[in-house]
Design a protein around this ligand. Structure first.
Ligand code: E4P
Length: 217
């Protein structure tokens, strides 16, 4: 399973990249705003900075909600760096835009997926990735992981190449369960990724090994 980090924070992106486990980055307008990045020029420069840090795909979201606007924005984003994946919302105009970019060989990530039907539509339009938001479903007492299972079954039934990018990941168990189900990618905060490191028996065992080694010196 590929690991993407879901942030626009350059320090956190660097930290994950330095760990050697990072396959890409996802961002959205809220994550950009959280880092204080506003204005089109600053946003574009920030994407450039992210692309310099990571080796893999970098999702950059369009703001337009009409087909022409999405195409214009998406083409400008894609022209900036080959790592850019144009992130497009799951709306009718977005599906048209995904089809347009797919025909041009430009990668897309269909965002704000909350149902299997939406994922199926995005896959039919040729999306590179679909992003089901599992944490936001859990937040409203709906099982987000069941949606990942449903989409996995549908995509496997028909051999869709569209990758399932489990998004809105909140904690380590989301990551582990996504891997069990067979999500192609997960995107989450650095805290969830680093939480995978932790086990008290590892800490205890290491302390014991070091103490025993010290006895012989
Ligand atoms: C996906 O690409 C989104 O940026 C993201 O995963 C949303 O997560 P949130 O629900 O934690 O905001």
């Amino acid at each position: 399973m590929k690991f993407f980090i879901d942030t626009a924070n350059l320090e956190q992106i660097k930290e994950a990249q330095d760990m050697g486990i990072l396959d890409g980055v996802t961002t959205n307008p809220s994550l950009m705003a959280k880092e204080g990045i506003t204005g089109q020029e600053n946003i574009m420069n920030h994407y450039r900075a992210i692309c310099e840090i990571v080796d893999g795909d970098v999702s950059a979201e369009v703001i337009s909600t009409d087909f022409e606007g999405m195409v214009k924005e998406g083409e400008a984003l894609a022209a900036m760096n080959p790592k850019i994946v144009v992130k497009i919302p799951m709306i009718a105009e977005g599906v048209k835009a995904i089809k347009y970019f797919s025909n041009k060989g430009i990668k897309t990530n269909c965002t704000l997926i909350f149902s299997a039907g939406q994922a199926l539509l995005a896959a039919k339009a040729g999306a590179t990735y679909v992003s089901p938001f599992i944490g936001r479903l859990d937040d409203i007492s709906t099982n987000g992981l069941q949606l990942i299972e449903q989409i996995r079954l549908i995509f496997d039934n028909y051999g869709y190449n569209t990758e399932i990018l489990a998004a809105s990941v909140r904690h380590a168990m989301h990551i582990i369960e996504c891997a069990e189900i067979g999500a192609d990618v997960m995107t989450g905060p650095l805290s969830a990724i680093k939480a995978l490191l932790n086990h008290p028996l590892t800490d205890k065992g290491l302390a014991q090994f070091l103490a025993d080694h010290a006895k012989g010196n």
